[in-house]
Write a protein that binds this ligand. Structure first.
Ligand SMILES: Cc1cc2nc3c(=O)[nH]c(=O)nc-3n(C[C@H](O)[C@H](O)[C@H](O)COP(=O)(O)OP(=O)(O)OC[C@H]3O[C@@H](n4cnc5c(N)ncnc54)[C@H](O)[C@@H]3O)c2cc1C
Length: 478
């Protein structure tokens, strides 16, 4: 059942007053000009809006929400519009107002003693990484969408990526937030404390709330020492069943130096080699599975290469892996990572793809994949599972490509039924139906099956306490 929230459209007076807050040159009323804010990048979601507003600072965001709350105008916060669950796109009613944070791009502070930077929400993730690098530090959050995704967006979705294993997801990287609440009040929580046990953690509540509890306008982010030495390795495996043991071995021997551990199936590597320009198989013969992992250190003298070599040798001896390559140059490292980074993109070339972004305990990943693969074959014979992703976090992107030759639309008509059946396996294994991408519109109706009633009740009460008029991203998440 798809529910669309019922908010009245803002009247002409409200629209004029909202436009006056940001100035006419930062408001879009024309439908064609609004288009980039109303269409999701894959064209999976298209919406309509009464208005797009681009405030220039937190006080303008505050004035917008104050007026929206008084007039019960629905607001859709938007960052880089790279979200994968439709949370940033308004519904089709045309009654909502999109608030884009793209003009909030100031770097307010860099504090090298505290190892923090305070940046505004509209800075892109790539810009934030560059700011950290120019201060001689590392901001480790890294996603394929980092050129467009904004700090506010990655915090609102608690984004993950490939470095979660060592540094945590967006939540772990934010020490403080500045947030405009639905009432228009500004909460200045821009603290840079590593320890603060003075009551409920509002910062943690806002992170991952997908624009439903407040609009993030700035954040204090943690910085880390720059990487001085790095070794990228790829191992070939006969079966996924041995991957958790090899991962445990890598973690035990390398400790915090193990900063990424990804798995790729043979079929995914074949797709990449077929469609990804300039890619090649790093091994002389094929393997069923591949583990791509990286060791890094802030010191140059840590001899990571011998550590990687001995780890790989022990893994082969124990029968966990069958072959391995170690990148000996930056370009070789980039070539290995390219196999992983293109994995999602190349699936488009193989026709329709039904996706799942799930997490299960690391040890249960092989059982999950085996059960899900059997299910896919039963439900859609000939469909091609391409499970890949962050084994170190138990987070698998369980994508399924259509059988060759099948009509794309016919295959995609199985989306909801397949999602439901795969999610049942996930829940049976104590997992989550959304590891990284959030709930948004895509998974909102699945949430009641995936959460306990008591959890949903608490979430609804929190939403009502923060946003009693339900003006912030109504119909998303809950
Ligand atoms: C190619 C690609 C690769 C990706 N890889 C990963 C990955 O590895 N890991 C991962 O976790 N995600 C990944 N994502 C999805 C990821 O969620 C987003 O890229 C990113 O976190 C969203 O940032 P954004 O600024 O684009 O937010 P948007 O898409 O604009 O918004 C996302 C949600 O956050 C809300 N929001 C946005 N800004 C604010 C704000 N300032 N205050 C309050 N709410 C706000 C919106 O209302 C919406 O609900 C990927 C996406 C793409 C396209």
């Amino acid at each position: 059942m798809k529910r669309t929230p019922k908010h009245k459209p803002p009247g002409p007076d409200t629209i004029d007053a909202l436009v006056r807050i940001v100035g006419a040159s930062h408001a879009i009323r024309d439908e064609a000009e609004m288009a980039p804010y109303l269409i999701e990048w894959r064209d999976r979601y298209r919406g309509k809006a009464a208005l797009v507003l681009k405030p220039g600072d937190a006080s303008e965001v505050s004035s917008i929400l104050k007026l929206a709350n008084e007039t019960t105008t629905a607001i859709v916060p938007q960052g880089g519009n790279t979200g994968l669950v439709g949370g940033q796109i308004p519904f089709e009613s045309g009654h909502e107002v999109v608030v884009s944070l793209e003009r909030l791009t100031h770097v307010r502070d860099i504090d090298l003693a505290s190892n923090t930077m305070t940046v505004e929400a509209g800075l892109t993730l790539a810009q934030a990484q560059a700011v950290a690098a120019s201060a001689g530090r590392l901001f480790p959050l890294s996603l394929a969408s980092e050129g467009s995704a904004q700090i506010g967006g990655v915090l609102a979705t608690n984004a993950g990526g490939t470095a979660v294993l060592a540094y945590g997801s967006a939540r772990e990287l934010a020490l403080g937030l500045e947030v405009v609440l639905a009432s228009g009040e500004l909460w200045n929580g821009l603290k840079s404390l590593r320890k603060d046990n003075s009551g409920y953690d509002l910062k943690d509540l806002i992170v991952g709330s997908e624009g439903t509890l407040g609009i993030i306008t700035a954040a204090v982010l943690r910085l880390f020492p720059k990487v001085a030495e790095k070794v990228t390795c790829m191992a070939g495996l006969d079966a996924l069943e041995t991957a958790p043991a090899f991962f445990a071995r890598a973690l035990e021997r390398a400790g915090p130096a193990l900063t990424a551990f990804e798995i790729l199936p043979r079929i995914g590597v074949e797709f990449v080699m077929r469609h990804g320009q300039g890619t090649r198989d790093p091994f002389p013969s094929p393997h069923q599975w591949y583990a791509l992992f990286e060791l890094t250190s802030p010191r140059e003298d840590t001899l990571l290469a011998p550590l990687a070599e001995s780890l790989l040798a022990k893994g082969i001896e124990a029968g966990e892996i069958t072959d391995a390559v170690v990148a000996t140059s930056l370009s070789q490292s980039e070539a290995l990572w390219r196999l992983r980074e293109l994995m999602s993109e190349v699936q488009k070339e193989e026709g329709g793809s039904i996706k799942h972004d799930i997490a299960v305990p690391v040890a249960s990943v092989p059982e999950f994949v085996a059960r899900a693969n059997r299910l896919v074959e039963l439900m859609i014979p000939g469909a091609r599972p391409v499970p890949f992703g962050h084994l170190g976090d138990g987070n698998i992107h369980y994508n399924v490509s259509q059988p060759p030759g099948m009509e794309r639309a016919v295959f995609l008509s199985n989306w909801e039924a397949l999602n439901a059946a795969v999610h049942e396996i996930v829940l049976d294994l104590g997992g989550s139906i959304s590891a990284e991408h959030g709930i948004g519109r895509l998974k909102r109706d699945l949430l009641p099956h995936a959460k306990q009633k008591i959890e949903l009740d608490i979430m609804r009460k929190i939403k009502a306490a923060f946003d009693p008029n339900n003006i912030l991203n109504p119909g998303k998440l809950l």
